[in-house]
Design a protein around this ligand. Structure first.
Ligand code: AAL
Length: 344
């Protein structure tokens, strides 16, 4: 009996993919969907409280221009943004409730923007982790820090910690210092940037995942690296407020842009989209660090946040049953908006 290389691989996939494979149905929502002149994006995971769903997201008003020569101008839809939140009874029709975390006062470490939040519930408290940056005349979408704000219920008020919980490493790989000829999968300093935080209570510690880009030239290594060279890292703390220590294993993925992760049994699952040679895969790790490919998927939701369902351990993709995401500039719409995905 002769077996081709492809068939050998396929037999291995068949052992794992059934329970890990999904397609996605993508639908519009009301209340936080498309609105001219307003950007809503990077929705958090969704939590349930008193029979209603809650989501947190980046909201900014007014136009933006990445080519502006004055770096104090609004450059991106997540620039000069606040973190807003919305409530829903069915996950499709949302009511925007207002600002959960505003930008900081003059001179603060989060004066310019707060964006890209995720929410974690731990011991009856609500923890938002998010990106922020001070008023910075050299802001080019880099050098954000990760901050935390805490509340007793989903409506807040959220109290900010006085210092960020994670900062980039100045000598970490980032666009300015990634050598063109470097094989970006060799050893390198990580944490050149820390974006897209997502926090889990896991194995009696706190695992703060995030994304780092490490490629300068976005067209370099295009075929295996795709787009912006994003990959993920984790920083671990004994206490939820930190200190968070980056894992020496970083990067713990070599693909993926925004984080979309959920718990399953004694491990953590992740959907990697957008960037890298393992883009469009679902992966799983029992130690939160060493992830293995479980399935290859099509049309993943970008920048998604999943519903934190109570029965996340019932099957591998229970924690990915539905959620919200942002279609990136879909239909040439300049204004980011939030939509819904369902695993089908
Ligand atoms: C996103 C995320 C981070 C980036 C920007 C806003 O989708 O990767 O949040 O900084 O784009």
């Amino acid at each position: 009996m002769k077996i081709s290389a492809a068939t050998k691989r396929a037999r291995n996939y068949a052992k794992v993919t059934d329970d890990w494979y999904t397609k996605f149905k993508l639908s519009d929502v009301t209340g936080i969907g498309f609105e001219e002149g307003v950007a809503r994006r990077d929705p958090s995971s969704i939590i349930e409280f008193e029979n209603k769903y809650y989501v947190y997201y980046t909201k900014s008003i007014g136009d933006w221009n990445p080519k502006t020569t004055n770096h104090l101008d609004k450059r991106y839809p997540w620039d000069y943004a606040d973190i807003c939140y919305a409530e829903s009874e069915d996950g499709l029709n949302w009511i925007e409730k207002g600002v959960a975390v505003p930008r900081g006062d003059t001179g603060s470490f989060d004066e310019r923007t707060v964006c890209t939040p995720d929410i974690t519930v731990y011991n009856g408290k609500y923890y938002l982790v998010y990106q922020c940056i001070e008023l910075n005349g050299e802001y080019i979408g880099t050098h954000e820090k990760v901050a935390m704000a805490i509340a007793d219920n989903p409506h807040g008020p959220f109290t900010k910690l006085t210092q960020p919980i994670l900062e980039r490493k100045a000598d970490g790989f980032w666009f300015e210092n990634s050598a063109e000829d470097t094989n970006t999968y060799n050893d390198c300093e990580f944490e050149g940037t820390v974006h897209d935080p997502m926090l889990f209570h896991f194995n009696d510690k706190f695992y703060l995942y995030y994304k780092c880009f490490i490629q300068k030239d976005r067209s370099n290594l295009k075929t295996i690296n795709k787009s912006q060279g994003g990959r993920h890292g984790v920083a671990i703390a004994d206490n939820i407020e930190g200190p968070y220590i980056p894992s020496p294993y970083n990067p713990i993925t070599n693909s993926g842009h925004e984080t979309l992760m959920w718990k399953y049994k004694n491990g953590i699952a992740t959907l990697l989209a957008n960037d890298g040679p393992e883009c469009n895969t679902i992966q799983y790790s029992t130690d939160g660090i060493n992830f293995e490919i479980k399935s290859i998927i099509a049309n993943p939701p970008l920048a998604g946040g999943a519903f934190r369902c109570p029965d996340t351990d019932s099957k591998p993709l229970a924690g990915l049953k539905w959620g919200l995401y942002h279609p990136q500039f879909a239909n040439n719409k300049h204004w980011d908006y939030i939509a819904r995905f369902d695993s089908i």
